[in-house]
Design a binder for this molecule. Sequence first.
Ligand code: ARG
Length: 461
Amino acid sequence: MQDKLYGGRFEAGQDQFFEKFSESLHFDKRLIQADLIGSQAFARALESVGILNSEERAGIVAAFEQIKLESQDPAYFDGATDEDVHSFVIRKLKEKTGALADKIHTGRSRNEQVSLDTRLWLRSTIEATIDATKALMASILDLANKYPHAAIPGYTHMRRAQAVLWPHYLLAYFEMFARDVERLQQAHARTNVLPLGSGALAGSAFPFDRHAIAKDLGFAAITLNSMDVSADRDFVLDYMHAANLVMLHLSRLSEDWILYSSEEFRWMELSDGVTSGSSLMPQKKNPDSLELIRGKCGRVFGAYSALFVTMKGLPLTYNRDMQEDKEQLFDAAEQTIACLNMTTIVARNVSIKPEIPEQACAESWVVATDIAEALSRAGLPFHQSHKLAGRLVLHGIKSGKHPGDFTAAELKEFDSGFTQDFVEILRDPRHGMNTRAVPGGTAPQTVAAALIEAQSRLEKL
Ligand code: ARG
């Protein structure tokens, strides 16, 4: 049993089971670098309010520096029974500086310290998540540029709907991940605020220059209410929300590609490096990387909802319930970053066979809307155009004809509204695509411009 940071008030020690039940060191040790950086800044702040002289401050800062190095060794924590990382660090400081260490917690509470450490850790974790998202976005653009002219069926209700360009499809994911980066940046801004100086809940009794501490630690601002600091885990939830949306987008991309690479679709090939075989069925090449990404959503969404429920209804201010934030946060972040990296590897190695989706377009009626719209462009009211195009589709299905099979004469006979140019519109979905030149549409020149624009947006993110 270790000495606690409290003791005077108690006559008996803690029940062994409770001690083990409540310790968090085995997971919050991840915060040790943050705890040390924060504590060094706090030692400087203690000097500025006259609690430490410059020699004492230098001794403490140097000891923390030594602990930083020593703690790189994972075995550093072996056998430690401290309640949490904050107690662990103070014990180590005591081992190095003796009685001097007793001054480090002057006017500081673990309630603000845990907020500070989590913010410092999360700040760089958000940056890592943003970097991983941007790397994926770059790989999506590369993949789009590999097949700039490929046409695929776009789906609604998982039925062939209208032809779109392959880069147009990929740019849809680019937009989702661009919003994710924005959300992560917002979460970063809410995290990047200094809580130190808040004390346990009422504000520190020592006249710290909080703005100076914020500057020292690179925070953009200071928190404005000490009770809020002790009670608040919104910044953690903000990040987890952003991470949940990243995962949601990754799961949709995974699902798409699992389908497109299946024998039913046959037009996407995942590389051997990201697939697995079967122990029994020799022919299998399974998309396990994408399935795991889809599957890990359960865990990351679960972590978010677990912390959300933990926070709900907690009375102000700090409650020990809040210690439950960390395992959820750590796991959600680790999984999200791993899934982003995995998807980037999949995207960098995927190939498509453009002729197959092209054929899928030709064999289905993805041009039906183009026909209706061309009729309306020629003057027919849209509801009538829609009906006429629908009748042609039905006729094609019943007579076993694909859109490209119709001759001008057959069309004319079917309805006098079908002029010569409809043969071409039926034969090649690119005619329809060309008409969709509004910003955000799938016309080739629009998509080419959107791709260039996306590249420069990514560079500015
Ligand atoms: N291990 C605690 C946590 O993660 C640190 C704060 C402890 N504060 C307290 N008053 N018990 O929440």
